[in-house]
Design a protein around this ligand. Structure first.
Ligand SMILES: Cc1cc2nc3c(=O)[nH]c(=O)nc-3n(C[C@H](O)[C@H](O)[C@H](O)COP(=O)(O)OP(=O)(O)OC[C@H]3O[C@@H](n4cnc5c(N)ncnc54)[C@H](O)[C@@H]3O)c2cc1C
Length: 398
C-alpha cells in the first residue's frame, strides 16, 4: 500500500521557514511556504550567523556560499566611548567550533535560503498573510489568508517571527511582544569608511554611557559591504516615530547621540544612507509551543532580542532538529512534545542571556559606565568562556 507523503504548511519565509522546508523534504515531507510580504531581495540590515547556525547552513549546502557572499568575523572587540580597548571575544571560532562566525546582509541570506528552497521543489507563495488556522480533528488543517484564499495540509509550522499570528492561535491569551525600551538603527557603508582605525574583519563594538555602536564587514562588495548598528534607549519614542522622520533628520539625531564617540563612528554616521530603524522586542516565555497540529519554531516560539547575536542561529537549529525528529515518524503530538522538551531549555537560556546583555546598553551615570567598563575588562575572559555553550552546539550531532 502506498502512503501519500505528509504535507506541512509553513508560515513565514524568513530564516526558520525555508530551512525547515528544505530539511523536511529529506524526511519525506512535502512543504508549502506562505509569506506575508511580496518577494523582495532588499530586506534590511546585517546580522551574524554564529558557528552553531553555520553547522545548519553547512547541512543544507550553503556554508561555503554564505562565507563567500558574507564576511568571516575574526573576533568581537569591545571599546569604551572614548576608544579605550576593553577586550575581545570570539577569536578563532572556526578552529574551536568547526565553523566561523559569518556576517552577512539579511537580504543576501534570505535570497540564498529562498533559492535553495525553490531548488528543493518547495512550493513558495508570497503575499499570503496568515490570519487564522482551523484545526478540526480528522479534517486537514486549514490556513486562512488575508486575500481570502486558504491552504490545507497535515500539520502547520509557525515560522512567522516575533509578531507571529500562529502564536496567537497556539496560545490565544498568551504573551505579546513588548518593547524593551531600546531602539536599533542600522545600515551599510563602504569598506573604505572603516579603513584607518578599524580593519572591518573584527566586529568592533562600543559601549557608551548611554547606548551602543557596532560595525564590521558583511560582504566583499567594497561599495556597501560594511554593516553598522546603533542601539539606544528609546526615551519615549518607538521605531515608527523615528521612521516617520526623513533620512537627514535621522542622521542628525545619530550625530547628536554619538557626539564625541571614537573614530570611525562619526565617519560611519556621515556616510550612512537608507538608515533602517527597528524596535527591540522581546516576548515572555510561552506556556507551550504547540497546539493540536500547529507548532511554533524560531522567533515565533522564543523571540530573542538581538543582544546575543543568536536569534537566527537558534531558528536554523530549530529547523534542523524538527526535521530530524520528524524523520523518526512517531505520532505528531509526541514529535512536537519531544521538540519542545529538547529545544526549550537551550532557547530560554540564550534568550535570558540576550536580555542581560541588553541591560548593558541602557543609560548609566558616568560612574556607572566606568564601573561597567571595568567589569567588562576584568570579567570578559570568564564571560567569553560561559558563552561557548552557544557556539559549540551542533544540531546535526545533537
Ligand atoms: C536589528 C536586529 C539585529 C539582529 N541581529 C542578529 C544577529 O546578528 N544574529 C542573529 O542570530 N540574530 C539576529 N537577530 C535576530 C534574528 O533576526 C531573528 O531571531 C531571526 O530572524 C528569527 O528567524 P525566524 O525565521 O524565526 O523569523 P523571521 O526571520 O522574522 O521570519 C519570519 C517571517 O514570517 C513572515 N510572517 C510574519 N507574519 C506572517 C503572517 N501572518 N503570514 C505569513 N508570513 C508572516 C515575516 O514576513 C518573515 O518573513 C537580529 C534581530 C534584529 C531585529
Amino acid at each position: 500500500m502506498s502512503h501519500r507523503p505528509r504535507k506541512a504548511l509553513i508560515i513565514g519565509a524568513g530564516i526558520a521557514g525555508p530551512v525547515a522546508a528544505i530539511l523536511l523534504r529529506r524526511a519525506g515531507i512535502e512543504s508549502a511556504i506562505y509569506e506575508a510580504w511580496p518577494y523582495s531581495k532588499g530586506i534590511g540590515g546585517g546580522l551574524q550567523i554564529a558557528p552553531n547556525g553555520m553547522h545548519v547552513m553547512d547541512e543544507i549546502g550553503l556554508a561555503g556560499e554564505l562565507i563567500s557572499r558574507g564576511s568571516i568575523a575574526e573576533s568581537f572587540d569591545f571599546y569604551s566611548q572614548e576608544g579605550r580597548r576593553l577586550g575581545s571575544i570570539n577569536r578563532d571560532m572556526a578552529r574551536r567550533f568547526g565553523q566561523p562566525a559569518v556576517n552577512v546582509c539579511r537580504g543576501t541570506l534570505n535570497e540564498m535560503l529562498v533559492d535553495k528552497a525553490w531548488c528543493a521543489c518547495v512550493s513558495l507563495y508570497f503575499d499570503k498573510r496568515l490570519i487564522k488556522i482551523e484545526d478540526r480533528g480528522d479534517q486537514p488543517i486549514i490556513a486562512y489568508f488575508a486575500d481570502g484564499t486558504t491552504a490545507e495540509g497535515d500539520f502547520l509550522i509557525g515560522a512567522d517571527g516575533v509578531h507571529s499570528v500562529t502564536r496567537r492561535q497556539v496560545v490565544p491569551d498568551g504573551p505579546k511582544p513588548f518593547n524593551t525600551g531600546l531602539i536599533g538603527f542600522g545600515g551599510f557603508v563602504p569598506h573604505a569608511v572603516l579603513n584607518g582605525r578599524a580593519t572591518g574583519w573584527n566586529v568592533e563594538t562600543t559601549f557608551g554611557q548611554s547606548g551602543f555602536f557596532g560595525y564590521g564587514y558583511c560582504s566583499p562588495d567594497p561599495k556597501d559591504g560594511a554593516m553598522w548598528w546603533s542601539t539606544q534607549p528609546a526615551h519615549g519614542m518607538d521605531a515608527a516615530m523615528f521612521r516617520a522622520l526623513d533620512q537627514q533628520t535621522l542622521k542628525q539625531h545619530l550625530r547628536g547621540f554619538h557626539h564625541g564617540w571614537h573614530d570611525p563612528i562619526p565617519a560611519i554616521i556621515e556616510a550612512a544612507e537608507n538608515i533602517v530603524v527597528t524596535d527591540t522586542l522581546d516576548v515572555a516565555t510561552l506556556p507551550t509551543w504547540s497546539r493540536k497540529r500547529s507548532l511554533l519554531i524560531g522567533d515565533a516560539a522564543h523571540a530573542t532580542s538581538p543582544h546575543a547575536g543568536q536569534g537566527a542561529s537558534l531558528a536554523l537549529e530549530d529547523a534542523m532538529r524538527l526535521a530530524r525528529l520528524m524523520q523518526v515518524r512517531q505520532e505528531l503530538g509526541a514529535t512536537f512534545q519531544a521538540f519542545e522538551a529538547e529545544r526549550r531549555p537551550r532557547a530560554e537560556k540564550i534568550v535570558a542571556l540576550a536580555r542581560r546583555n541588553g541591560n548593558n546598553k541602557r543609560e548609566l551615570s558616568a560612574a556607572g559606565a566606568f564601573i561597567r567598563n571595568q567589569m567588562i575588562k576584568w570579567l570578559l575572559p570568564l564571560g567569553a568562556k560561559s558563552m561557548d555553550f552557544m557556539y559549540a552546539y551542533d544540531a546535526r550531532a545533537a
